[in-house]
Write a protein that binds this ligand. Structure first.
Ligand code: ATR
Length: 295
């Protein structure tokens, strides 16, 4: 069987039905979510499968409308569908409404869809776990990027009490749009000034794909970042990006982006399969093994 088909046929299952979920994306074959949910299905002895569901943008609405008829209990939604799927939902959770994006669908008994967004939860949970001593209340933070990932991260930073959120983005206009959409008073920083923006910051988050394998590198100096600051990179391929290596050289706590992926998956799994799964070393190892096989 190809890797990533999260199939579990265990006989120890306490569930009578075979439960189906999946991830809608285009393309989707590189998604690590099937390995992630497949690990949890096996770990909890649930008979079910979590499948990659490749839906091109022009067929998304048909694909989503068919989930209930096909017996799916729900699905994750990934690039490029997170915003487009909003209009297919009968109801949105307050977080999905706030972010204007959905990454988790729950199929209701009548076939209608509830759309949630667990990216914010994934980021804040992971940050809390990885940097338990970090208190953002009343402090300044810097975020690089203002795309889809930044939306959830910035809302999460506001929820954690950050007093000043500096956002450096190549396209300044997007920061103003984000500010308006999230109803937050963000401090827009010129992309050219990104290194200087780090002064007095207790946290730096890279929400761009810069530094990912196959992407351009991130040109940034950490010199202005105070000692004791935390550096969070949403990139997880490689696990230690040049940014995180630079943080390590400065003896700063560096956090890779894999944990955000793992944590954002928990609420969906709990809603679909009725078990609250844990993020632990075994899960991380399983997902990293799948990544190694896929690349
Ligand atoms: P995601 O959903 O992963 O956040 P996205 O919405 O396409 O993806 O956002 C990508 C982010 O990376 C944006 O902030 C983008 O900057 P622009 O808004 O100016 O496009 C940033 N980004 C991508 N490539 C970049 C590059 N070469 N230099 C600087 N920023 C870049």
């Amino acid at each position: 069987m190809p890797i990533g088909y999260g199939l579990s046929m265990t006989k120890t299952s306490t569930h009578s039905a075979f439960l189906l979920a999946g991830v809608l994306g285009w393309p989707v074959h590189h998604s690590l979510s099937p390995a992630l949910h497949g690990h949890w299905l096996a770990r909890h002895g649930i008979a079910g499968a979590y499948l990659p569901l490749a839906a091109p943008p022009e067929r998304l609405s048909v694909a989503v409308a068919g989930l209930g008829a096909l017996g799916f209990v729900g699905a994750n939604v990934t690039v490029p569908h997170k915003e487009a799927v909003v209009s297919a939902c009968a109801r949105l959770t307050p977080t999905a409404q706030r972010l204007g994006a959905v990454n988790t669908l729950m199929v209701q008994p009548d076939g209608g869809l509830v759309g949630d967004n667990t990216d914010l939860y994934g980021f804040t949970q992971h940050l809390r776990q990885a940097a338990p001593g970090l208190d953002l209340r009343g402090r300044s933070v810097t975020v690089l990027g203002a795309g889809g990932a930044a939306r959830a991260i910035i809302a999460g930073l506001a929820d954690l009490g950050a007093a000043e959120i500096r956002v450096a983005n190549r396209t300044a206009e997007k920061v103003h749009r984000l500010s308006a959409d999230l109803n937050l008073d963000l401090l827009a920083v010129d992309w050219a000034e990104r290194s200087d923006a780090l002064a007095d910051c207790v946290l730096l988050v890279n929400s761009t794909a810069l530094g990912m394998s196959g992407q351009p590198s991130l040109d940034l100096s950490l010199a202005a970042l105070p000692s004791g600051a935390v550096v969070y990179d949403i990139v997880y391929a490689p696990l230690e990006t040049p940014l995180l290596a630079a943080a390590r050289e400065r003896a700063l706590l560096g956090i890779d982006g894999l944990g955000m992926l793992l944590h954002q998956a928990r609420p969906g799994f709990a809603a679909w399969f009725g078990v609250q799964p844990q993020v632990d070393e075994a899960l991380r190892t399983a997902v990293l093994a799948a990544r190694a096989t896929a690349s």
